[in-house]
Structures are given as C-alpha cells and as structure tokens.
Design a protein around this ligand. Structure first.
Ligand code: GDP
Ligand code: MG
Length: 244
C-alpha cells in the first residue's frame, strides 16, 4: 500500500470543508492501492473549520507565515520529511471535486506533476467571474510565451505531485502566486507537467483572492522567475517566510 496526502489550504472554510471532506474517496483510493491522510494547512481560521477537520480525522497543521503560498510551503516541507509517496492539493472552498483525486493518482504512476485544467474542462455557471476568466487565460498565455513550455491553466489550485517533484521545486511565494511559481520551478527543473481536464464549481463561502492585485503579483512572479529562476533564500518553504 502506498501513502497519499490530500492537502487543503484552509482559511475560514467551514462551509467548504463540510461539503468536501465527506467526498474524499478514501475507499476507492484504497482499492487502487493508496492509503489516504488529509492534511489541513490552517492559516488561523476563526470559524468552525478546525472542529470540522477534527471530526473527519484530518491532521491539522498550523502554517508558518501568512498567505496561501506560505501555507503550501509549510505543507510541502512536512511532506518531504514524511514517509508519504504522493500529494494531491486542492482548495478547501468546494470549487474542486474530490471525486477526481483517483484520476490524479492514477496519472502519477507515469508523470511527476499533474494539474487539474479548468480552462479545458468544465466551468460551471457562476464559478468564475468574467474578469477572472479573462485574467486566467491571459496569465496562462503569458506563462507559456515567457517560458516556452505550454501551461494549460496557470492558476489552478488542483495539483498532484510525486515526492520527487516536490523535493525538486524551489519556492518562496507567500500568496496566490504560488501556483505560477510551481509552474516556473517545474520548467526550470525539467519536470514535465501533465494536464487533465477537471470540473470547476462555484465557491462556497467568501473569496480571499482580490483579482486585480493578485493578478499583478502573479504576473510579477512570472517575470521574476524568468530572470532569476530560483529564489535566493527560501527553498521549498525552508528559510525566510517573511520575504515577498
Ligand atoms: N492556510 C491558508 N489558506 C488560505 C489562505 N488564503 C487563502 N487560503 C485558502 O486557499 C484556497 C484558495 O483561496 P480562495 O479565496 O478560494 O482563492 P481563489 O480560489 O484563488 O479565489 C482556499 O481553500 C482558502 O481557504 C491563507 O492565508 N492561509
Ligand atoms: Mg477558490
């Protein structure tokens, strides 16, 4: 039996967690040879997120620093030190369907990194504002043009990784630019990314991403990593959590 971590960055997602935690298909994963543990990387939730996570036997990890990027790096570090074999991350807000986790895991048998591609999958009505739709396409196009390796959906929050891929990525993002940096780092390290189309649903609860400011930060990160391919200090979450 191999060991899988399902990692959920969480900041006040009681409604999302209530919906998705029961949908994580641990039984189906066991049938295909995977024992699953769910890690909640908590950014200091003040609602009932933690209580719900405890109810569903999740491991609760307090993130270092602030922001989704710092949270993912906290989780990646813990994963590297663990005896687990693969990791699937998805947002805790109900936008991604946990029923698709086994597809990610099956694809990890022959690929190091899998992304859930919303832009060539199904975006349910109301799931993405017009501005976000435009912004996601534009950033994805810019990433492909800058790096010469096509990205299908730069900002997706649904990813699967082998341990080797996570150990090789070098990251220092604090916020929502983390996915762009993961793409850039995979290109730099020569790790191929396979896309699989997924279903993207409307969020449950309140969004934390402010489209314009975060779009700008993502764009700057793409440029920065094109010029300086690795961060100077923080490597996969180790090091400084205060720099931006
Ligand atoms: N641990 C942690 N999670 C966060 C933080 N900010 C956002 N998240 C989580 O990251 C995921 C994506 O956030 P969301 O607001 O939905 O952004 P969007 O989907 O990109 O619009 C959700 O599961 C959030 O709860 C943070 O500072 N810390
Ligand atoms: Mg979301």
């Amino acid at each position: 039996m191999k060991n899988l971590v399902v990692m959920l960055p969480t900041l006040d997602e009681e409604y999302g967690l209530r919906e998705i935690l029961p949908l994580i298909p641990k039984g189906e994963l066991k049938q295909i040879g995977w024992q699953t543990e769910v890690w909640i990387i908590d950014g200091g939730s003040k609602d009932l997120s933690i209580e719900i996570a405890v109810e569903y036997d999740c491991e609760i990890i307090k993130q270092a620093g602030y922001g989704k990027g710092a949270a993912m790096r906290t989780g990646f570090n813990k994963f590297i030190e663990s005896n687990k074999d693969a990791l699937v991350m998805l947002d805790a807000d109900g936008t991604y369907d946990p029923a698709e986790i086994p597809t990610f895991v099956r694809n990890l048998a022959t690929n190091d990194v899998i992304i859930g591609d919303r832009l060539h999958g199904t975006i349910e009505p109301g799931a993405m504002t017009r501005m976000n739709y435009f912004g996601n396409h534009m950033l994805t196009w810019i990433a492909s043009a800058l790096y010469g390796i096509s990205s299908n959906d730069l900002c997706t929050g649904y990813w699967g990784f082998t341990k080797s891929a996570i150990s090789r990525m070098k990251l220092n993002s604090m916020r929502f630019e983390i996915e762009a940096e993961m793409y850039a780092s995979c290109v730099k390290e020569g790790i191929a990314i396979k896309s699989i189309p997924i279903n993207y649903r409307a969020r449950i609860g309140e969004a934390k991403l402010g489209s314009l400011v975060d779009g700008w930060i993502i764009f700057k990160k793409l440029l920065l990593r094109r010029i300086f391919p690795s961060p100077v200090e923080a490597i996969t979450g180790k090091g400084n959590f205060d720099i931006d």
